[in-house]
Structure formats: structure tokens, C-alpha cells
Design a binder for this molecule. Structure first.
Ligand code: FAD
Length: 646
């Protein structure tokens, strides 16, 4: 994948071409990473290696019965490219598993002696400055033995939903315990370095995906959950979504007072437009391109203040406390009022006796030595806010049998369309999301897609840039500083499902529906035109069979046909292109009746007393906009309902 390549370029550049993955200790880091995966994943990986190691693998991939080790470098590249584009889904999946890990490590990991990744200077990446020393303001409970505790309310998860509920209940004088599976990292821990922060702050150390690897799932797992790592975009749901929720799911009261809840949350997390007044070059692409084409674009409201675009590493936690995550707002309020926070604490199940909630059982793992402690907490009320992937898993493990549980998973699937610009873009610098376009938000009735931009640091760029052979891949990486990644964020209609594996962990299945594929492709087609109008010299997609296309600002529509055709021909079968999701929604959805949902209008699980859900999993359908603010408003609303029932 990343071989040693001859070059007549001078100095650092020659070293870059000569640098193979093996010289950066990538195989060992990859092995260490896989060692932390469940046995099933390791078994699958070994099976994959044994296929490509065998002579039949050679026959399958390059039409010659030779094992991978015996192939010439050129044959190996041919074999890998064949794997990436194979008609056998498992081979494409295998290629993605190897490529994503290898390239992420190669472009993000430090040297064994701690020095910076040597690839950074040639791609013009400078890591953010070290975080200023800031004292830790939360004080999680130290757990050093098995224990039993009592409280009024247990809140499971400290993200967008959990943080708000915990604070609102603590404000009302209730005794609250917040249980968070992830660790507590705060400002002075946020180095902005991908290889270091990804495993600490993200679910499954950043490796969460759908079962077939076809959608990469980004979700926070730390104190503050997604709000610690997210990009600050703070939208209210569009009116048509609110109507859809009220009219099709028997939630006629849903919208009542919702604006009051939004307003309260917006005030606490300081949503403002001021932050977006200084767009970075990536966001300016949307402004310039959409203005030129006469398309809609607007500034994005954000829950960040006085950011001044100092670093651009918000995806790895804000070292300056300017992003108003739940860690610096609601969890601070809750713990100041006496709420207890337990971290590295995974809730195994809710305890339910004769239809009434009595508490939870959980496991605390000491991150320094792996020692585990069992804790049982008794409470008459439990609020599950573990996010759309884990909330249904906890309820399934607790024996809830509602057939809707785990179903109706929406992901807002995202494809990127990239533009190459003459001037540097450095998508890793400045405020992440400040411009969006809803030009195609109603491409299909109330459904369609948004254009936004995504920040990309070297590891993420390495993971996603198409690989055709070692040389073309590195040549693309050399352009990294000049690439603007625009994203097509689709409001999905079709949904996926969460089930449990044999260890009780969630398995995510999400086949892209025909409508979602059509929207993603339409987005890639029109996004390229926005790039061209903004002055991109070349545009491209993230398909495994690269689609790169030279452009000019006033290119006639006739010429676009070839590019449009390229998008359609490559298609969106699993693992033929990179698809992301940072917005997991649904799986415990709210509905006015038990036939359609898992919780009622008051966030109470149907048929169980004292058990509530208050996070993204409650969404009745996909929100059609970045969900954080709506999750918080729903959690704020849920807190009032819980208090009313106490
Ligand atoms: C990189 C990224 C960028 C994003 N950008 C934006 C944005 O700009 N605007 C926006 O609106 N949205 C954004 N989002 C999405 C948004 O952050 C999430 O939708 C939101 O945080 C979800 O809230 P939640 O309460 O459902 O779950 P989360 O915030 O994910 O919190 C759930 C918490 O529960 C914990 N947990 C899970 N299982 C257990 C268990 N068994 N026991 C105890 N704890 C458990 C998890 O560790 C996690 O911390 C982004 C997300 C990501 C990942």
C-alpha cells in the first residue's frame, strides 16, 4: 500500500517517497490495534490474510496462482487494486480494513521516540500548539472496589442528551448520578493530535463502523460524549420535520413549548453567529461557489465563542474552552449542584422488577491497569442517554422486548466531494463549520441533502484519499493542503438496525437505500459544480476507482456529463466509496403509540415505570440537520416530564 518509491526529488521530498509504511512501525501498531478488537474481528482479519497469502488469492486477484509474498511490487499493487474494486463484497471490505488502518497510522502516528510524524512537513501540516494548562473542573468519583450506591435518578451517558437531563434534574434538587463509559479528558489533555486523541475520545477508539465497514461511524465516547468532539454546528429542526414528527407518529404535543426548550439550551451553550464571521478557506468555498451559482448559502450558528480559529482541532476536544460542550456547561452545572459523575463506567443493564425500574448494574474499568469493579446503583428512575448505538443495546440487554427497539436507525449518510485549489486550503485550520447550503434540502419533497464542509487532518485524509497504486496515492497526499472537502449530508428515509453480538455489544446494519444513493450521487455531481464555481482546478470523489476531473469556473454543462456519468458508473455499493456518519439517530424512537415507537411523548419507555430515554435515539425520523441542539432541546423537555412524574 505504501511502498518505498524511487524519486529524484531533493531532501525531505525524496525521504517522503522513500518512506515505506514498514519504516514507520505501521505493521506493529496495526497489530496492536487489532489485538484490542473482539476475537471475531481478529478471526476475520486472519481469514482475509490467509486468502491473499494463498495461491488461490493470486488467481482470484491477478489471474495467476502466486501468493502475495511472491508477487512483484507491481503485481501486489495490481492485486490490491483488484481487491478494492472486486465484485466480491468481502474482498472490498477487507481492502478497506487494511487500507484505512495502515494509511491512518502512516499519516498520523508519532515516531517511536515521540517525535512528530515525519510525513507532516511535506504535506504542509503543522500540528496545533500544545494546549494551555487548565485545571480540571470536574471531579469524578474514584471507584476502587465493588460498591452499591443509591440515588434519585441515574443518567447513563454524559453527551448532548445526558448532560442536559442531569443538570436540569440537579437544578430541581434531585440527587443524580451520571455514568459515563468513556474517560474524563479536559482542556489540557486536548493535544489535537489524531493518533493520540482518537482512541481516547471516540467510540471504539475511532474504529466504529457498520458491520460490513461500508459506513464509518464517528461518535464521541468520553465525558461530554459527542459534544466534546463535535463541530459546534447548532441548528433547530426545520418546520417540515417538526410537522412530520407531530403528524405521522401521533406526537401532536411534540412541538408545544419546543421553542422554549430550544431557547433555554441555546442560551446555556451560547449559540451565536458571531463565531462564523471568519470562515476558513474550506467554508469560503461554499460561500463563493454558491454565490456564483445563485444557490442558497448561510452562516452556521455555533455553540462556540471567542474561538478566533486558533487551531482547527475541535474534533479532538477544544483546548481553549471556547466550544460550549456539555463538559464545560451542563455537566459543570450538574456537578456544582452535587451530581456525582462516574467515568470509565459502562452500564451493563437496567434492573427492572415487575415492570418497575429499580436501578442499574455497571462495570467500572480502571484505565491504568484494566482492573474491573462491579457497581450496582439503586434508583427509581433511570434515564438512558448513551447515544443511538448504545441506548438500544442497553435496553436489549435489559430484556425490553418492544419490536421497534434497535430499528429505525438513521445516519445522515455523508459523501465527500473534493476540490483541488491553487492557493492553500489547509482544511485542518480555523473554525470547522461556518457555511452551509440548503439548495438541495428539498430535492425530493421534504427530503434531500445539505452541503457543509468537513475538517480533515492528515490521518483522516490518508484514510479516505483513493488508492490506485503507491505512487498515485502519495502524489494525491502531496496535494493535501490544497484540497477542500465539501460534504453531502443526506436526510435519510430508509433506516438501519442495531442488534446485539454474543458479547451484548451493538452490531450496526445499515444498507444504503436507492433514494439515499440517488441523493448522494446528486450531491457529488452538484458539489463538484460548486467547487468549480469557487475556482477549483480539479474535483474528485472518494471512490476506490478514482474519479478526478479537471475543471474551470465556466465549464459548459455538456462537459460535466462525463463527470456525472463517472459518478453513476462507480455507484455506491458497499465499500466502493467512503461514506461517513457523524449523526446517528433513532433506534428508541418516540411515538404516540407502542406500535410505532419505544418511548412515549414523555420519553418514558412503553410499559416500564421509571425508565426514560433522552438522546438522539429518541428521534422519530432523521432530523435533516445537525442534531445536537435538537437532542439537547428534547432532553430539556424530557427533564420537565421526569420531574412532573416524581
Ligand atoms: C466528529 C463529530 C462531529 C459532529 N458535529 C456536529 C455538529 O457540528 N453539530 C451537531 O448538531 N452535531 C454534530 N455531531 C453529532 C452530535 O455530536 C451527536 O449527534 C450528539 O452528541 C449525540 O448526542 P447523544 O446524547 O445521543 O449521544 P452522545 O453525545 O454520543 O453521548 C452518549 C454517551 O454515552 C456513553 N455511553 C455509551 N454506552 C454507555 C454505557 N453502556 N454506559 C455508560 N455510558 C455509555 C458514550 O460514551 C457517550 O459519551 C457530531 C458528531 C461527531 C462524532
Amino acid at each position: 500500500l505504501i511502498p518505498r518509491l524511487a524519486s529524484d526529488s531533493p531532501g525531505e521530498l525524496e525521504e517522503f517517497w522513500l518512506r515505506a509504511a514498514s519504516t514507520l512501525n505501521v505493521p506493529q501498531i496495526l497489530a496492536d490495534t487489532l489485538a484490542r478488537e473482539p476475537p471475531e474481528t481478529r478471526r476475520e482479519f486472519r481469514q482475509l490474510l490467509s486468502i491473499i497469502r494463498g495461491r488461490s488469492g493470486g488467481l482470484l486477484l491477478i489471474g495467476r496462482p502466486i501468493s502475495f509474498q511472491k508477487m512483484s511490487p507491481a503485481q501486489r499493487e495490481q492485486a490490491l487494486f483488484a481487491m478494492a474494486n472486486s465484485n466480491i463484497a468481502k474482498l472490498r471490505q477487507g481492502f478497506q480494513a487494511i487500507k484505512r488502518l495502515t494509511t491512518f497510522i502512516f499519516y498520523s502516528a508519532p515516531l517511536p521516540d515521540g517525535r512528530d510524524n515525519p510525513n507532516w512537513p511535506v504535506i504542509s501540516f503543522a500540528p496545533p500548539p500544545p494546549p494551555p494548562a487548565t485545571p480540571k473542573r470536574l471531579h469524578p468519583l474514584a471507584i476502587t472496589h465493588d460498591m452499591k450506591l443509591d440515588t434519585d435518578v441515574i443518567v447513563v451517558g454524559s453527551g448532548a442528551g445526558g448532560g442536559v437531563v442531569a443538570a436540569e434534574l440537579a437544578k430541581a434538587g434531585k440527587s443524580v448520578i451520571i455514568l459515563e463509559k468513556g474517560g474524563y479528558y479536559s482542556e489540557s489533555d486536548f493535544t489535537g493530535r489524531e493518533a493520540e486523541m482518537m482512541p481516547k475520545l471516540y467510540l471504539k477508539r475511532g474504529l466504529q463502523s457498520t458491520r460490513d465497514l461500508s459506513v464509518m461511524l464517528l461518535a464521541g465516547s468520553c465525558v461530554g460524549g459527542g459534544t466534546t468532539v463535535n463541530w459546534s454546528t447548532s441548528f433547530r429542526i426545520p418546520d417540515e420535520v417538526r410537522l412530520e414528527w407531530e403528524n405521522s407518529l401521533g406526537l401532536s404535543d411534540f412541538g408545544k413549548d419546543l421553542d422554549t426548550h430550544y431557547a433555554s439550551v441555546e442560551e446555556r451553550i451560547g449559540v451565536n453567529l458571531e463565531h462564523s464571521k471568519t470562515p476558513n478557506p474550506s467554508n469560503l468555498v461554499i460561500e463563493r461557489g454558491c454565490t456564483k451559482l445563485g444557490y442558497h448559502w448561510e452562516m452556521i450558528p455555533a455553540n462556540a465563542n471567542h474561538c478566533e480559529g486558533r487551531c482547527g482541532a475541535c474534533g479532538y476536544g477544544c483546548p481553549y474552552s471556547t466550544k460550549q460542550s456539555t463538559m464545560v456547561t451542563y455537566l459543570q452545572d450538574a456537578t456544582d449542584l452535587g451530581a456525582r459523575l462516574i467515568v470509565n463506567c459502562s452500564v451493563d443493564r437496567v434492573l427492572i422488577e415487575r415492570g418497575t425500574t429499580t436501578g442499574v448494574s455497571a462495570t467500572v474499568t480502571d484505565p491504568t491497569n484494566g482492573v474491573r469493579y462491579n457497581i450496582t446503583i439503586h434508583a427509581p428512575r433511570v434515564v438512558i442517554a448513551a447515544g443511538s448505538l448504545h441506548s438500544p443495546a442497553i435496553l436489549l440487554r435489559s430484556g425490553i422486548r418492544n419490536p421497534n427497539l434497535g430499528r429505525n436507525l438513521w445516519l445522515h449518510p455523508v459523501a465527500a466531494v473534493i476540490g483541488f485549489y491553487e492557493d492553500p486550503i489547509r482544511s485542518w485550520e480555523g473554525s470547522l463549520q461556518t457555511r452551509y447550503s440548503d439548495q438541495f434540502a428539498h430535492a425530493d419533497g421534504d427530503y434531500g441533502f445539505k452541503f457543509e464542509v468537513a475538517p480533515a487532518h492528515p490521518g483522516l485524509i490518508g484514510m479516505t484519499v483513493p488508492w490506485e497504486n503507491g505512487r498515485s496515492y502519495k502524489a494525491l497526499m502531496l496535494d493535501a493542503a490544497h484540497v477542500a472537502p465539501m460534504i453531502v449530508l443526506v436526510r435519510d428515509r430508509n433506516s438501519g438496525r442495531i442488534t446485539l453480538d454474543r458479547h451484548g455489544e451493538p452490531i450496526v446494519d445499515y444498507p444504503l437505500g436507492t433514494y439515499e444513493k440517488r441523493m448522494l450521487m446528486l450531491g457529488m455531481q452538484h458539489g463538484a459544480r460548486v467547487h468549480a464555481a469557487a475556482g477549483a482546478l480539479r474535483v474528485g470523489t472518494l471512490h476506490s476507482r478514482p474519479l478526478l476531473f479537471d475543471t474551470s469556473p465556466d465549464m459548459p454543462e455538456e462537459r460535466w456529463k462525463k463527470y456525472d456519468q463517472g459518478v453513476i458508473e462507480r455507484g455506491l455499493q458497499p465499500n466502493r466509496s467512503i461514506i461517513f456518519s457523524a449523526h446517528q439517530m433513532g433506534t428508541c424512537r418516540m411515538a404516540g403509540n407502542m406500535r410505532q415507537g419505544v418511548i412515549n411523548n414523555d420519553n418514558l419507555v412503553w410499559d416500564v415505570r421509571g425508565l426514560y430515554v433522552a438522546d438522539a435515539s429518541t428521534f422519530p425520523t432523521a432530523s435533516g440537520c445537525n442534531p445536537m441542539l435538537t437532542i439537547m432541546a428534547i432532553a430539556h423537555r424530557a427533564a420537565q416530564a421526569i420531574l412532573a412524574g416524581m
